[in-house]
Design a protein around this ligand. Structure first.
Ligand SMILES: Cc1cc2nc3c(=O)[nH]c(=O)nc-3n(C[C@H](O)[C@H](O)[C@H](O)COP(=O)(O)OP(=O)(O)OC[C@H]3O[C@@H](n4cnc5c(N)ncnc54)[C@H](O)[C@@H]3O)c2cc1C
Length: 304
């Protein structure tokens, strides 16, 4: 039986692994993607992680993983599909029916941005298509960008981008935004934000990089010239296997604070999967470290 089993080898899980190893806990990191390092691997360039900037997300993720490997962290490749509580322990069941037993779980399975699922979206990822204005906004100084969405995140992204880009379109499928009224008012008062209502993106178009978005606008096809497309139509936390075991919020994020403690004894949540203000590498990494502290305290307490 492990002291802790870490689900996910993104920044949160790998940080937890490094801290667990140094705390002399018996630990294993489980990951469903071969040699996965989480979502950051999809980022073309990371400029906001302190001390390690200007490199690709793939390389940054590899560095995180190498750090854990160099300390002798144990990895298990497989998808955790079920968590079965037993007295003072948990059995983790994998898609191949393998079972691992652990006293505690650090749940760091992340959250995935929802995709538009339209032509060109995947081809231009990192070449004009982004799911993160905080991460990639600064690459669009004085350029023309579009934010796709109409909720709080989309409008917050538009406000942020309006300080960097020349023009920010907000493409929204309905006739009015869903975002809170205060944010809508803020957006109305910013000159370089131009809402495009009743519009549905149907294709991301470009050569080497994005140069336009094809939209159906009031039932007519139009080509909107842009340098970047920020997709902000929500995220889906990977919390399905926690349902009925751990309390989740209305959007299925794990209810947990900075120390990672959840409603279930011995289960701690780190990174994008938990309720938090900012989903970034820096906050995921710090969550991983905090969860290990919580695991140590929990084990000390349950040992009596
Ligand atoms: C395109 C893009 C660009 C980004 N750019 C930046 C940036 O520039 N700067 C920045 O700070 N942040 C950036 N981010 C955000 C950043 O990547 C995330 O905040 C961070 O990766 C969250 O780390 P995490 O460990 O919580 O989750 P993740 O990175 O999502 O890792 C979760 C891991 O868990 C695994 N997993 C999930 N379910 C299971 C299961 N059931 N069994 C086993 N394994 C499982 C997944 O395969 C994955 O590897 C970007 C995100 C995207 C999508």
């Amino acid at each position: 039986m492990y002291d802790t089993l870490i689900i996910g080898s993104g920044p949160a899980g790998l940080s937890a692994a490094v801290y667990a190893k140094r705390a002399q806990l018996s630990a294993v990191v489980v990951e469903k993607d071969y040699m996965g390092t989480g979502q950051i691997a999809e980022s073309e360039r990371v400029d906001n992680y302190l001390g390690l900037y200007g490199e690709s997300g793939f390389d940054l993720g590899e560095k995180f993983r190498q750090h854990a490997v160099s300390l002798g962290v144990e990895f298990y490749e497989g998808e955790a599909v079920k968590i079965v509580p037993s007295e003072n322990a948990y059995n983790i069941v994998f898609s191949d029916n393998k079972v691992l037993e652990t006293r505690t779980i650090i749940y760091a399975a992340g959250a995935n941005p929802r995709k538009l699922e339209i032509k060109g979206e995947a081809d231009f990822l990192g070449k004009g298509v982004s799911y993160c204005a905080v991460c990639d906004g600064s690459f669009y100084k004085n350029k023309i960008v579009a934010v796709i969405g109409g909720g709080d995140t989309a409008l917050q992204d538009a406000v942020l981008l309006s300080k960097i880009a020349k023009t920010v379109y907000i493409i929204h499928r309905r006739g009015e935004f869903r975002a809170n009224k205060a944010l809508q008012k803020t957006v109305r008062n910013i000159e370089n934000i131009k809402p495009v209502y009743s519009a549905i993106p149907v294709e991301i178009v470009g050569g080497k990089n994005v140069n336009s978005i094809r939209i159906m606008h009031n039932d007519c096809e139009e080509l909107l010239a842009v340098d970047g497309a920020f997709v902000a139509i929500g995220t889906t936390p990977n919390s399905r296997i926690l349902k009925g075991i751990v309390e989740l919020d209305g959007n299925n994020y794990v209810l947990a604070g900075e120390d990672g403690t959840t409603s279930a004894r011995g289960i701690f949540a780190a990174g994008d999967v938990r309720t938090k203000q900012l989903r970034q590498v820096v906050t995921a990494v710090s969550d991983g470290a905090n969860c290990v502290q919580s695991v140590e305290k929990y084990i000390a307490k349950t040992n009596g």
